[in-house]
Design a protein around this ligand. Structure first.
Ligand SMILES: [Ca+2]
Length: 148
């Protein structure tokens, strides 16, 4: 029987870099139709903005999944993922600047596990909508200890 580890990020405490148009907790509520959205009118520069989940303990992180808002427009989200054991020093474990146009779902299995308690999604760019960038937003972020 295959064993699949649970999503470590589900319902864990979240902090974000910016005022929220929709709450940060929407980013790990288990529902890909609910969004965290930064309040783009409250920040001087839209990007970068970050969303950080506290897993509550140090885990051997091996895989993440990241869902964005449904997007049929040209362009793509740019982001990086970093982890920390103390919420002070972060180490980047992945970055994307070349996702497929309109990509809504990203998945990454790390070459080897990385120890981390805090996992941060930093959005560095967004698809264009009518000549302007989307406000920073994610639909769901999931973290796993194994590769399944
Ligand atoms: Ca959600």
């Amino acid at each position: 029987m295959l064993f699949r580890s649970s999503n470590l990020a589900l319902h864990k405490p979240v902090t974000t870099s910016a005022a929220e148009e929709r709450p940060g907790s929407n980013g790990n509520d288990g529902d890909t139709s609910t969004l965290w959205v930064a309040d783009g009118q409250a920040v001087t520069n839209l990007f970068p903005q970050w969303w950080t989940v506290d897993l509550g303990d140090v885990y051997d992180i091996r895989k993440y999944e990241l869902f964005f808002e449904e997007d049929k427009l040209p362009g793509f989200w740019k982001y990086n993922i970093s982890v920390s054991t103390d919420n002070k020093t972060y180490t980047e474990i992945d970055q994307k600047n070349d996702s497929k146009d309109g990509s809504r779902y990203e998945e990454k299995v790390l070459p080897e596990a990385v120890k981390g308690r805090y996992v941060r999604v930093t959005l560095t760019g967004a698809p264009e909508f009518e000549g302007a960038d989307y406000w920073p937003a994610i639909a769901e972020f999931k973290v796993y200890e194994d590769t399944q």
